[in-house]
Design a protein around this ligand. Structure first.
Ligand code: ZN
Length: 306
């Protein structure tokens, strides 16, 4: 009996000790043996390549691209029922309807597959992308793949097979009522592999009206979790979605697969390695208008008015 037990248990123990699983920095510790972000290239060599995501977007180094016209959406207004799941690393919602994005210099039409989020510790910094070094409290990723593929597996073989739309959140003093259904559902998926049904939600209700869909950044990158596949055309929107601190905190009540609080679910920013980040004509206009006014005031010797 003892021999039988060890025959079964030994591989399990060895697996836990060698730590083949990846995890976020908040989970990586001597006891957990999982591989934190600095060791993801041991999980998959692709994580150590040169067009990785997320990145810090330095706005003054972005390049204006007139081809980045407003994106075209279909199905984003449609209400659907879906399953929301705690997958051990995040909370993920599958998109069972046909919702697509095209235009804005995307090569072709991409269809939405799922969305998930990345957040910090108790409403603290938690977005994956950062803008001029600023990390927002949370980031939404709506994952799309080229419409012509029937599986994500096929799309992952195409260097531009996946398009992810990234949206930031900011803390607001007012509750965002359109998120109530979603944040309430989180109570039913606190543990890994739990899922529940989300009723009557639409993609638009997550992002509108706060996000100005014409202001965004574009660059070529990767998935931000192993296997870190370098197939993603990233669109990162400039305007954040407001959420009250209680709503942001609802995400920190979830638990990782090891039972610890699911917090700090973001990969640190990766080297840009010479990649150009393009901006649509709407992005960072406010900042340039302020600078322009400031220079006009200065030119007329009216700088004391600032
Ligand atoms: Zn993501």
């Amino acid at each position: 009996m003892r021999r039988l037990l060890s025959a079964y248990l030994l591989p399990l123990i060895l697996h836990a000790c060698t730590g083949a699983d990846w995890c976020y920095q908040t989970q990586a510790s001597c006891e957990s043996h999982c591989k934190g972000p600095d060791r993801w290239s041991e999980v998959n060599a692709e994580c150590g390549k040169t067009r990785q995501s997320p990145i810090n977007i330095v706005t003054k180094k972005t390049k204006l691209d007139e081809r980045l016209t407003p994106l075209k959406f279909t199905g984003y207004q449609e209400l659907f029922d879906s399953s929301v799941k705690n997958n051990g690393h995040s909370v993920q919602v599958s998109i069972p309807i046909k919702a697509t994005v095209s235009g804005g210099n995307l090569e072709e039409t991409y269809k939405a597959v799922q969305f998930h989020l990345h957040w910090g510790v108790s409403g603290g910094p938690g977005s994956e992308h950062t803008i001029d070094g600023e990390q927002y409290p949370m980031e939404l990723h709506i994952v799309h793949m080229k419409q012509r593929y029937s599986s994500l597996e096929d799309a992952l073989k195409d260097p531009s097979g996946v398009a992810v739309l990234g949206f930031f959140y900011e803390e607001s003093s007012i509750s965002n009522r359109k998120y109530d259904i979603f944040t309430h559902a989180l109570r039913s998926v606190q543990n890994t592999n739990e899922n529940t049904t989300l009723r009557k939600i639409s993609l638009n209700q997550l992002i509108l009206p706060e996000v100005n869909m014409t202001n965004y950044y574009r660059y070529d990158g990767s998935l931000t979790t192993p296997d870190c596949t370098e197939v993603v055309v990233w669109t990162v929107f400039e305007n954040p979605i407001p959420l009250k601190s209680e709503q942001l905190l609802a995400f920190s009540a979830l638990k990782f697969n090891d039972g610890k609080a699911m917090v700090g679910t973001f990969r640190p920013v990766q080297p840009r390695n010479g990649r150009v980040v393009y901006r649509s004509s709407g992005a960072v206009v406010v900042a340039s208008a302020v600078l322009l006014l400031a220079s006009i005031f200065t030119a007329f010797g009216l700088s004391h008015l600032n």
